[in-house]
Design a protein around this ligand. Structure first.
Ligand SMILES: Cc1cc2nc3c(=O)[nH]c(=O)nc-3n(C[C@H](O)[C@H](O)[C@H](O)COP(=O)(O)OP(=O)(O)OC[C@H]3O[C@@H](n4cnc5c(N)ncnc54)[C@H](O)[C@@H]3O)c2cc1C
Length: 453
């Protein structure tokens, strides 16, 4: 008899899984049904800030595969269908068609939960006013775009990478941008001295950043539209506010069904992406992942993890064998003229994990100093006192700087010491790096520092 796989969520994790299952199993063996509450599938949320900025011309450019294209490949995608509950006993779902209001009970043999993450919206006065946006979906981007037209000012709340990318996008569209962040610096996943360089880049961009400033609420006009943001650092008038306060795993549906959810808020899965409940799998931003350096499960929402986890789940659901081997939290972004990247643990995170970190900061150049276009790159290496084991790295700098983080990520993945990283055979020609690549020289300095202790 034909089995039925049902996927909840039609973006990175869910559609990677569905497409992979379809590659491995014929239509006569397995039906693959995807319920997605939005209108789009397989869209690059990562590209949303660049869509708002106007660097990406059209929302369609961010859609890797439309519902019609998935259907043509044998995946039964039902957009505008929201799953309201899961009954793991009867292996059924309660599903509502958001256009007609019709409710149905849908059976499954296997279920993949790929519900992603929900943006954090603290219960502040006025937060639900019109003009206060998240940037998580294509419709969100369209709304920000609409609100931006005619708005000379904008306030961004939160200076994580999404908040910074949004601030840059709004500047690119000509808005006066105020950025408000509760922490005393931007990008707290970096060590403070690296965050300071990001703060300088924001200044160069013309963003008026206020750190250590808490938002108390949003003033609204008599039509319920936002008109100002009240903070410790003052009241900022603006008809447009974008929240970049992070996101939490969308695991409520799973939790309510009795599927295991960890203290970190993500669904608990094993390396094959199976949950603790028979026939139920999960992948993407809604799950907890094993951090290979901290040696514990964490929640880090990244498209890289979601696509890979979806592929692993799909391979296993398709009758193959694959495992997801954990995360390092490798991430990269751009803040104006500055490239920023990190992998592994910061000093604070390593100390919290009891790993006794030692760190060095090394300044070098993206190309041989005599080449036109050579720019500064600052590399920070975090390693373990005594053993010299690499624990993490951060890079900020000009064009060509940040992708070097992948060398550190590879070394971290393989549990290398900083001395081993320094000894690696990395490429060199004047347009691309000094003779000693910044990765090599930073790792060598870290090795010296460890030896001197
Ligand atoms: C602005 C922005 C920039 C980003 N930039 C980067 C980047 O540069 N690099 C990077 O690696 N990551 C980036 N990310 C993160 C990346 O987009 C996410 O990690 C990735 O989209 C997660 O994929 P997912 O499939 O797990 O979840 P999602 O993409 O959130 O998809 C989940 C889907 O499930 C649907 N859904 C949820 N609940 C239900 C339900 N009950 N019924 C039906 N459907 C449901 C939702 O509508 C959604 O479409 C960025 C994210 C944002 C918001």
């Amino acid at each position: 008899m034909t089995q039925r796989l049902v996927v909840i969520g039609g973006d990175a994790a869910g559609m990677s899984a569905a497409a992979q299952v379809r590659r491995l199993r014929g239509r006569e063996e397995l039906d693959v049904v995807v319920f997605e509450r939005g209108r789009y599938t397989s869209y690059a949320a990562c590209g949303l800030p660049y869509l708002v900025a106007g660097e990406v011309a059209s929302p369609d450019d961010l859609v890797a595969r439309s519902p019609e294209e998935h259907r043509a490949r044998g995946v039964d995608v039902r957009t505008r269908h929201e799953v309201r509950s899961i009954d793991v006993g009867s292996r059924t779902l309660a599903v509502i068609d958001l256009d007609t209001g019709d409710e149905r009970v849908e059976p499954y043999d296997d279920l993949l939960v790929a519900t992603g993450a929900t943006p954090v919206r603290p219960p502040l006065p006025g937060i639900d006013a019109s003009g206060v946006f998240d940037l998580r979906t294509l419709p969100d981007a369209a709304e920000v775009d609409r609100a931006l037209t005619g708005a000379g000012t904008a306030v961004v709340v939160g200076a994580g990478y999404v908040g910074l990318e949004v601030a840059e996008a709004l500047r690119a569209r000509g808005a006066q941008v105020v950025l408000v962040e509760q922490a005393d610096r931007p990008m707290t996943s970096l060590d403070p001295e690296m965050s300071a360089l990001v703060a300088e880049a924001l200044q160069r961009l013309g963003v008026r950043a206020h750190f250590g400033a808490t938002v108390h609420g949003f003033d609204t006009d008599d039509r319920g539209s936002v008109r100002a943001v009240d903070t410790d650092a003052g009241t900022f008038d603006s008809p447009l506010v974008v929240l970049g306060l992070g996101a939490r795993p969308a695991s409520e549906l799973a939790r309510a069904a009795g599927i295991g959810v960890g203290d970190h808020g993500g669904i608990v899965v094993d390396r094959s992406m199976r949950t603790d409940t028979d026939g139920v799998w999960a992948a993407g931003d809604c799950v907890g992942s094993f951090h290979r350096v901290a040696r514990r499960d964490v929640v880090i929402g990244l498209g890289t993890h979601a696509n890979r986890q979806g592929r692993v789940a799909g391979t296993n659901l398709g009758g193959g064998h694959a495992t997801f081997e954990g995360v390092l939290g490798t991430a990269i972004t751009r803040v104006g003229d500055l490239e920023v990247a990190r992998t592994g643990l910061s000093v604070a995170e390593a100390a919290e994990a009891g790993l006794h970190p030692v760190a060095v900061t090394h300044r070098s150049s993206t190309a041989a100093g005599y080449m036109p276009g050579a720019d500064e790159v600052v590399v920070r290496v975090v390693c373990q006192a005594g053993s010299g084991r690499l624990l993490g790295a951060q890079i900020v700098g000009g064009a060509g700087a940040a992708k070097r983080i992948d060398v550190f990520a590879t070394a971290l993945w393989n549990d290398m010491t900083v001395a081993e990283v320094a000894a690696m055979d990395l490429s060199y020609a004047p347009p691309f790096s000094p003779v000693w690549d910044p990765v090599s020289s930073a790792a060598a300095r870290a090795a010296v520092e460890v030896a001197a202790q």
